[in-house]
Design a binder for this molecule. Sequence first.
Ligand code: AVJ
Length: 310
Amino acid sequence: MNQFASDVLEGLSAQPKRLSSKYFYDQKGDELFQQIMALDEYYLTRTEYSILDQFKAQVLDQFKSDNKPFNLIEFGAGDGYKTKVLLRHFLEQKANFCYMPIDISSNVLEQLETSLKVELPALNVTPICNHYFEALEELKEGKERNVILFLGSNIGNFTAEQADSFLKGLNAALKEDDILFIGFDLKKDPEVILNAYNDKQGVTAAFNFNLLDRINSELGGNFNTSQFRHYPIYNPMTGTTTSYLISEKEQTVEIMDAAIHFRAWEPIHMEISQKYDQVMINEMAKKADFEIIDGFTDDKKYFLSSVWRK
Ligand code: AVJ
């Protein structure tokens, strides 16, 4: 049995039931996430893009410090829409760097490389098809400064414990003076946050239902998505947005040889998207042994691009 199958069966046999949002991103999921990023309600991408555009010069100053050459290593680059603002500026400034997008999907990397060849032909690109930390192990030997880009508030899909151990592991894989440039979605008006995960057109709902469809097509499941309700909540105490799919009636779903029983109104925990404030961010950096050396935000203080140094 593959990892996807065993994670799905384990999660749906647990109490409460859960699925992992890391499985949202098959081809259809990638398309739906592109649509989410273009939604009026989904302020994250647009806001982070505007921060990068406004502060690209200061960002480069931090990355190159005394004109040192650096590796610009991106975790989860996707289509590179936001990164290209930085890359274009860095090239104009004749910065001495190599762009290294890391992804476990060779498909994602090939598409990105193709679009970069057309849009930024002068760029020095070395895609790395590997797990994040394994890729870093190889780069630790080099003399160039490593600069890690972890944009989009992607860290928000981790629980606090997962985020802490991810950042500790990252710190251990870096050299002294290496940089982490990390995006955080900030706490704000709870209605603004909730709407970003509950858009009127139902794209975010479709993004969640797509994982049930994926289970149907890849694992021979028989989910009827019309019998589930997409239900996101935002908890202002913890800053966590949580998305559930709730079974509207008692039913049994078959997946491979397993029968998964749902009580009426029983939820599946699908995803968390953590929102942060400066105190939380300071604590995370400290626990993982990073020093916060700079930060950039938008006028509304919706999003923070934070610069950390090992
Ligand atoms: C890609 C993890 C940043 O949590 O905001 C968007 C994923 N989920 N809408 C987020 C997502 C629902 C997104 N991240």
